[in-house]
Write a protein that binds this ligand. Structure first.
Ligand code: ADP
Ligand code: MG
Length: 588
């Protein structure tokens, strides 16, 4: 083996050239044009702005300009803003425990100047003249004072021109504009009072009206239809307050891009929050579909660490579990409100009415919930003829009249809103699952004892699972015990299985499989009930009489979540009256 002479091995240790050091530090905060937009926008919000415009040229690489009408900076302090760790937002270190502004590190402006040319034009409210400061690298120069409108305009030119390595990582212009738009959109959602607009190469590409109502921002981002369906929510759990909007289960998307979380007013990414949200939709959503939300979480600043990441987009909660419960319960209550009993509350969490939420811009909600039914009626638009309260909840079915069966698979029915095609298997699954869950809550589900115990063979994994979960099987209607080393004696099976076409023994093997493979004991019982429901339900291809179909629809109407099966797949499709009219050319 030869030794390699390391180049520079004997080089003396020297401090980094300040300009270079600044560039290195900047790399942590400023990754792309969108990071500049984020930092400048946060500064404008911290400055109490009510109007902010963001302009980009060439995807922000050539120019980014953020103009606000905030309180500005005193002319003789403007230069200081570019000093490293210079901030007006934190007087002493203990303030870090008590962060209420978005910025506090005093790093943004110097970081941007390290990798671009920056011009800051600012005028404090009431000041006769404003100041203009130029900064590039560590060089800061101040122009002569001049008359300026109150507020601050920061212009950033030629981003990364001197950092070719960074330039290489930038996406296409369109990609950078999209990233900046995401940032702007999130601040618009978080601060609905802000009149916020984004321009790219002179063209307006997004604007938030600044009405103070989150729903208006949601409408401009996701469409008026979605905005009208969103459910207001509010809840409190110990030190955590949660409020905002979430979608009813039938309004969903294939990705989580439409979920926005704000912690103490700051847009954050946090896995736990996403999981807490989706927990509340458990069994109401199809696998691979995700709800939409605009959720604010407020916790006492001392229970939060925002200083985990330079861009402050990652955070840590001191009491993760409390926050988890707070989010899940508040969202759960809102989701529940779409189910039959109006104005239901869950462990002290109340659902705010839409009116209250809107009037107060969702920023300062008073607890309430008695008027829960009014919410749904409004959210549902026209409200159907069957009655204004329970029936108009988005998840409820109108009264359906069965017309017939198609393909031995779909029940065709007619209701107030149009034609419904109901998947007979999925619908029956939902009915059985709800029944089983209701029973299993306080006693074993009904079992049918066999005249003579039957012996069935098991795989090694199934046998091992059986030895472990024998006691858990009894409440599910199975009386089973291990037999020898690779078999089981079955004495009873769930009664509900006897009507369906499935072999109860196969179902038992599947439950054991589920226990063995997933190793997840926590939701095994519920998964097992889902399997039992699925195996007991009428199959596709089975012809049903009118009476059977009426019975099925009647029972489906009485379930809590008639529109999805326990796996989260839809039980029905609605061809709305207006859709039919359009298709037949009866209406323009
Ligand atoms: P931080 O926001 O962490 O304090 P910055 O480098 O972003 O650090 O800004 C430094 C200081 O410049 C801020 O503390 C604030 O006093 C001032 N400043 C920056 N942008 C604005 C603005 N748009 N309006 C008023 N003051 C601003
Ligand atoms: Mg800042």
């Amino acid at each position: 083996m030869t030794t390699v002479d390391m180049p520079g091995r004997h080089a003396p240790i020297r401090p980094l050239d300040p300009a270079l050091a600044a560039k290195v530090a900047a790399g942590e905060v400023i990754e792309r044009p969108a990071s500049v937009v984020k930092e400048l926008l946060e500064n404008s919000i911290d400055a109490g702005a009510t109007r902010v415009s963001v302009e980009l040229e060439e995807g922000g690489q050539r120019l980014i300009r953020v103009r606000d009408d905030g309180h500005g900076i005193a002319a003789d302090e403007a230069e200081l803003a570019f000093g490293s760790h210079a901030t007006s937002k934190m007087a002493a270190l203990h303030d870090l425990q008590d962060m209420r502004t978005l910025g506090f590190r005093g790093e943004a402006l110097p970081s941007i100047a390290a990798v671009a040319e920056v011009e800051l034009a600012t005028c404090a409210a009431g000041a006769p003249r404003g100041a203009v400061v130029h900064a590039r690298g560590v060089r800061v120069t101040r122009g002569a004072p001049r008359g300026l409108p109150p507020g601050t305009t920061v212009t950033v030119r030629d981003l990364f021109a001197a950092v070719p390595a960074r330039l290489k990582f930038l996406k296409s212009r369109a990609g950078e504009v999209a990233a900046a738009q995401t940032v702007v959109a999130h601040y618009a959602l978080a601060y609905p009072h802000l009149r916020l607009s984004l321009y790219s190469d002179g063209r307006p590409i997004f604007s938030a009206p600044g009405t103070g109502r989150v729903a208006d921002v949601v409408a401009s981002l996701y469409g008026a239809e979605v905005a009208a369906r969103m459910l207001p929510l509010e809840g409190e759990h110990r030190d955590t307050r949660v409020w905002g909007l979430c979608s009813p289960p039938d309004v969903n998307r294939p990705s989580r891009t439409y979920q926005s979380f704000f912690v103490n007013g700051r847009w954050v990414r946090n896995r736990m929050l996403g999981i807490a949200l989706e927990e509340a939709y458990h069994t109401h959503l199809m696998v691979g579909r995700h709800p939409l939300c605009v959720l604010h979480i407020s916790v006492p600043p001392e229970l939060l660490d925002v200083n985990v990441h330079p861009t402050k987009s990652e955070i840590r909660f001191l009491y993760d579990r409390e926050v988890f419960s707070a989010v899940r319960n508040a969202v759960g209550a809102a989701v529940l409100s779409t189910m039959p009993e109006p104005g239901k509350t869950l462990s002290g969490i109340s659902v705010a009415t839409e009116t209250e939420a809107m009037e107060q811009g969702l920023l300062d909600l008073a607890p309430g919930g008695e008027e829960g039914s009014a919410t749904a009626t409004r959210a549902n638009g026209d409200g159907d003829a069957a009655g204004p309260t329970a029936r108009s909840r988005p998840d409820m079915l109108p009264l359906l009249r069965v017309l017939g069966q198609a393909s031995s698979l779909y029940i065709i029915a007619e209701g107030g809103e149009g034609l419904y095609m109901v998947d007979q298997h999925a619908a029956h699954e939902r009915i059985i699952f709800d029944d089983l869950m209701a029973v299993a809550a306080d006693r074993p589900i009904d079992a049918q004892f066999l005249l003579e115990p039957e012996c069935i063979e098991l795989s090694a994994a199934q046998f091992a699972a059986l030895e472990e979960c024998m006691d858990d099987l009894a409440p599910l209607g199975f009386a089973v015990e291990p037999f020898g080393t690779a078999a089981a004696l079955v004495r009873a099976v769930p009664s509900v299985l006897s009507g369906g076409g499935a072999d109860p023994h196969d179902v038992l093997r599947e439950l054991l499989e589920g226990r063995a493979v997933k190793g997840e004991v926590a939701d095994w019982r519920e998964r097992s009930l889902t399997t039992i429901a699925c195996k007991s339900a009428v199959k596709a291809g089975q012809a049903l009489s009118m009476e059977e179909m009426r019975q099925l629809i009647y029972r489906l109407e009485r379930t809590a979540r008639p529109r999805t099966c326990p796996h989260g797949r839809p039980t029905m499709i609605l061809l709305s009256a207006s859709q039919l009219e359009r298709e037949f050319g009866r209406r323009g």
